[in-house]
Design a protein around this ligand. Structure first.
Ligand code: ADP
Length: 360
């Protein structure tokens, strides 16, 4: 398996459409990296540059220490798995999986051994004689993955591989992919717009917006310490609540909906923002049913182990997630508060998180 270094990659399409700006990333051997972001942010373009399916406008792509920036796709030793499976309809599962090795005129015993081994890993042993149309969506996706495994590539690239599956199948395929990654110890770069997939699958997440990398880090780093408003809002479901607040001289944050006494730590953090407006961020699960803030319930959404409570703090819409079965009715008035150590603050102008590092 392999490592990759993406150095200042830029992609400019015809008519000066720039899809990717200064993309920098190191991928370690055996790492599962997920590129995540909304549609059109440049994820697929980046993946396709790695595969060699798009020219790299500027920058350098290194695989295992070797510069492959200008190398044709077939020489890069990379396997790509697509959303639409791209299976050959007239071939059996066996023939589909064997295809790339047959094309290379590999010895048929070797092909057989490899196909059987991949089928075993993917639970396809009893499906080998079927045609793709006789398979479920999940099985087809597994065949597509099997075809990649058989090539024993340096790097696996996945482009939204679970998007065509229904919700239940997507969840089970996600777990299968995790197990597969453990079994193969493969280097994987995986593209998705789904933040849940990113959080559950990745060793390392690359969160993108409008062609720019916004943050690179572990799922926990992005969840707990989002670097800016974009990442804070994109990672996490339901999204983080954002409220414009004024920081006052007497250590409060104030908005039309509430006044809130800040802790000494938060006052220190925000000392340069006294008299200014910052964006306060709080995740739904970090709002508690205990505090001084009046909150009018609008919708009570039971999820089983928790309840999403949508409502208003005066005029401001907020979503709370309480870890119990709540039975609030519309217009019930409750009191809420915030978990101190889970409060986030963002500079309104730069949109960057205000952190201790900012004060050093
Ligand atoms: P994502 O995978 O995140 O949805 P893409 O990488 O497909 O995003 O696209 C990024 C941007 O590049 C989009 O604005 C898209 O319209 C543009 N783009 C993608 N492919 C082409 C192309 N072949 N020619 C021109 N623009 C393109």
């Amino acid at each position: 398996m392999s490592s990759l270094n993406l150095i200042n990659l830029n992609k400019i399409y015809d008519h000066n459409v720039q899809a990717v700006y200064d993309f920098n990333l190191d991928v370690n051997d055996g790492e599962f990296v997920v590129l995540v972001g909304p549609s059109g942010c440049g994820k697929s373009t980046t993946l396709r540059m790695i595969a060699g399916l798009e020219d790299i406008t500027s920058g350098q792509l290194i695989i295992d220490g070797k510069d492959v920036t200008k190398m044709p796709p077939k020489d890069r030793d990379i396997a790509m798995v697509f959303q639409n499976y791209a299976l050959y309809a007239h071939m059996t599962v066996y023939e589909n999986m064997a295809f790339s090795l047959t094309l290379r005129k590999e010895n048929s015993d070797l092909i057989h051994t490899k196909v059987m081994a991949a089928a075993e890993i993917l639970g396809l042993t009893n499906q080998l004689n079927k045609k793709p149309k006789q398979l479920s969506g999940g099985q087809r996706q597994r065949v597509a993955i099997g075809r990649a495994i058989i090539r024993n590539p340096k790097v696996f690239l996945f482009d939204e591989p679970l998007s065509n599956l229904d919700a239940k199948l997507r969840n089970s395929m996600r777990r299968e992919l995790l197990l597969l990654h453990k079994k193969l110890n493969a280097t994987i770069i995986y593209v998705t717009h789904d933040q849940t997939e990113a959080l559950t699958l990745a060793d390392k997440i690359v969160c993108m917006s409008m062609g720019y990398v916004q943050q690179v880090g572990t799922p926990l780093e992005l969840y707990e310490h989002p670097k800016n408003l974009f990442v804070a809002g994109f990672i996490g479901l339901p999204s983080m609540n954002f409220i414009d607040v004024q920081i006052t001289e007497d250590g409060k944050m104030v908005c039309p909906s509430f006044e809130y006494q800040l802790s000494a730590d938060h006052q220190r953090l925000l000392k340069d923002y006294v008299g200014k407006t910052v964006v306060f961020g709080i995740r739904p699960e970090d709002i508690v049913e205990d505090g001084d803030i009046d909150f009018k319930v609008k919708i009570n959404e039971n999820l089983g182990q928790s309840t999403l409570v949508h409502g208003l703090a005066k005029e401001k819409k907020l979503v709370c997630k309480f870890k119990r079965w709540c039975a609030y009715k519309q217009n019930d008035m409750i009191k809420i508060g915030f978990v101190e150590e889970k409060m986030h603050f963002f500079d309104k102008e730069t949109t960057n998180a205000i952190t201790e590092a900012h004060n050093e």
